[in-house]
Design a protein around this ligand. Structure first.
Ligand SMILES: Nc1nc2c([nH]c(=O)n2[C@@H]2O[C@H](COP(=O)(O)OP(=O)(O)OP(=O)(O)O)[C@@H](O)[C@H]2O)c(=O)[nH]1
Ligand SMILES: [Mg+2]
Length: 143
């Protein structure tokens, strides 16, 4: 979707609002999934989640995305940080929540590679640029 910027004679895309989940298991490991090669920032690792639908609340989007992508039901979550990033081709606002309780066994419903890693292992994975801020707060010990 493109909106006309009244200040300039060009078209600007709106910021894409994304619900992103840092999901912890009982061993304090975090769930990573790999983005499809054909998707934006494809081939890189990510925290599960996705775009809010029109008029959708953050918490509802988070629950919907984790049900769609992993088949789990979120029981408890809280805000960890928000990251704004301009990829050039796309501007995103990542609303990052820690998920500390869920039911169900996460499985990659869209066939994407998936793994549980410790906080210190996060440095071994290639993420989209916007995720550097997320990894840094986790390395700082925030949950
Ligand atoms: N889910 C997710 N998206 C991220 C992360 N980091 C990051 O820059 N993004 C960006 O956020 C945007 C939206 O994510 P998404 O592709 O998962 O959205 P979605 O699940 O609704 O996908 P869909 O459009 O195929 O239905 C993408 O441009 C993606 O590159 C991350 O850690 N997790
Ligand atoms: Mg997604």
């Amino acid at each position: 979707m493109l909106a006309k910027n009244p200040d300039e004679n060009c078209e600007v895309a709106p910021v894409v609002h994304v619900a992103v989940a840092v999901i912890f298991n009982a061993d304090q490991q975090i769930l990573l999934t790999k983005r499809h090669a054909s998707s934006h920032q494809g081939g890189l690792w990510e925290f599960p989640g996705g775009k809010l639908e029109a008029g959708e609340r953050l918490g509802d989007a988070l629950k919907r995305e984790l049900q769609e992508e992993l088949g789990i039901d979120v029981l408890s979550h809280h805000s960890l940080l928000r990251v704004e990033h301009d990829y050039g081709d796309k501007q995103v606002l990542l609303d990052v929540h820690s998920v500390t309780g869920f039911t169900g066994q996460p499985r990659a419903r869209e066939g994407q590679p998936m793994r549980w890693v410790s906080v210190t292992e996060l440095v071994d994975y290639d993420f989209p640029k916007a995720n550097v801020a997320i990894v840094n707060v986790l390395l700082d010990g925030k949950r």
